[in-house]
Design a protein around this ligand. Structure first.
Ligand code: NAD
Length: 454
């Protein structure tokens, strides 16, 4: 839908900087219109049974599956990532759709005991109301799916604010949803963060704000939505660490480190931006990692701004490899490895969201755990070791929402809850049945069947 002002902005292709499309630049008037539509649709949608909402979601997901390649090609254009990666993400979002649709036949509550005779107590989930869903650009379809599917399935109506960097996939997703969902259930507002996202966060008609993005934006959202005590779920950044012990399978550890640090040009909340390596294997690991980094084919960054910001952050750092813009159109940064960065230095604490990782040298596991936990973030983590005690000791002590043994610093599968501790989030978990807690409120129903018996 065109904006009330008729204003637009340009979306450029990250791979070569050429113009992809003009995008509606929504403002507070457009946001108000979208929230009004969501409020009108709310009661009828909430009154449908979970089974029916699950069926609609399954039909929508099947349609998405049928058009997966079309969708993935749009993602390639607007992000510059490979088709292989875009297809894998699309498939992950499709799985999410099927997983949530299956909840139509569950959405369990509980029954519990009572101190009072003749009383039955049950809990049931109820929708929250109108949900504002604000997301990042990095994996467009999973980002829409992780929020939109559970939000609408649970009986909420929603206003989705996609990233300004991924308007093409967002329009495609919105059009597909319109085919299956009643009018007003999902509304999409394109635009820039401060002009479109901010009025959405501050809108009195929004009952829940679910946000995926940077800690800086998340902090602002928490403050503003907190003023009216709206429910707020924040999924934020990471400075994720992968530990390589002296008994690790080094080939695998290098392979997983490269994929964790550089896939999707390091634009993953779960990217391994810190590699913590035992002294005894440090030199060998470093040599193999650098060789791998030089050969690694990663995609472009999402914008010129992002590239300029990261290059400025690298100024003066001890660069082992990379650290420079590639000589080609678009926003390409060579896979970059740093070392000799102090554990409490700015580069160790700040998420760059690009293909940059830092090597650290440690003497033993205790030192590794101390270093890993010395971070404002706590999203994902990994350890490579052949020793069960080390693996379990690390899993127990690490401050992170996800731990992986002998793999990468992953995200999540649709049936697994995903989220972090400290500044990586506010305690909620997305995906899995845990997502239902974000998009529903519990109601406790007390039933005294025979009043005469109380
Ligand atoms: P960002 O915070 O700049 O933007 C995220 C979204 O918020 C965009 O849609 C943007 O337009 C909007 N926005 C910006 N300012 C706003 C405001 N004042 N009010 C409301 N909305 C506003 O983040 P980004 O650069 O798009 O994404 C990168 C960040 O996202 C990284 O920190 C990354 O780790 C994080 N991320 C986290 C997860 C997770 O699950 N924890 C997943 C993906 C990305």
């Amino acid at each position: 839908m065109p904006t009330s002002s008729g204003r637009t902005f340009e979306k450029l292709r990250p791979a070569d900087g050429s113009l992809l499309c003009h995008v509606a630049r929504s403002d507070a008037v457009d946001v108000d219109r979208a929230v009004a539509a969501a409020r009108v649709a709310r009661a009828d949608w909430a009154a449908r049974t979970p089974v029916e909402r699950g069926h609609l979601l399954r039909s929508l997901t099947l349609a998405l599956q049928a058009r997966r390649e079309e969708f993935a090609k749009l993602v390639v254009e607007e992000t510059g990532k490979s088709l292989e990666l875009a297809l894998a993400e699309t498939d992950a979002a499709i799985e999410m759709g099927f997983f949530v649709a299956g909840e139509g036949h569950r959405l369990y509550g509980r029954t519990t005991t009572s101190a009072m005779p003749n009383r039955t107590v049950m809990s049931m989930r109820r929708p929250v109301g109108v949900a504002a869903l604000i997301v990042s650009f990095n994996t467009p379809l999973p980002n829409y799916a992780w929020k939109t599917f559970p939000a609408v399935f649970c009986g909420n109506t929603a206003v989705l604010k996609p990233s300004e960097h991924t308007p093409a996939s967002a329009s495609f997703f919105a059009e597909l949803c319109q085919e299956f969902l009643p009018p007003g259930v999902l509304n999409v507002v394109h635009g820039l963060g401060p002009e479109t996202g901010a009025p959405l966060v501050e809108h009195e008609g929004v009952d829940l704000v679910s946000f995926t993005g940077s800690a800086a934006t998340g902090r602002w959202i928490q403050e503003r939505a907190g003023r009216r005590l709206a429910k707020v779920c924040l999924e934020l950044g990471g400075k994720n660490a992968l530990v390589v012990c002296d008994d690790a399978d080094l080939d695998r550890a290098v392979e997983w480190s490269l994929a964790s640090a550089f896939s999707n040009a390091g634009q993953r909340c779960a990217a391994a931006s810190r590699l913590v390596v035992f002294e005894d294997v440090y030199d060998e690991f470093r040599e193999r990692l650098v060789e791998g980094a030089r050969a690694y084919e990663t995609g472009p960054l999402i914008s010129e701004d992002s590239l300029v910001r990261i290059l400025a952050a690298l100024d003066g750092a001890d660069v082992v490899t990379g650290g420079e813009r590639l000589d080609r159109p678009g926003w390409w940064l060579a896979p970059t490895v740093l070392e000799n960065v102090p554990a409490d230095g700015d580069l160790s604490c700040r998420e760059l969201f690009g293909p940059v990782t830092i090597l650290y040298r440690v003497g033993d596991l205790d030192e590794a755990i101390e270093l890993v936990n010395d971070s404002p973030y706590g999203l994902t983590s990994a350890i490579h070791t052949a020793n069960l005690h080390r693996a379990m000791g690390f899993a127990d002590a690490v401050q992170a929402g996800v731990v992986v043994v002998n793999g990468g610093t992953h995200g999540s599968e649709p049936h697994m809850g995903f989220g972090g501790v400290k500044q990586s989030g506010t305690g909620w978990r997305e995906a899995g049945v845990e997502a239902l807690d974000v998009y529903t409120e519990w109601k406790y129903v007390n039933l005294i069947a025979d009043p005469a018996k109380t």
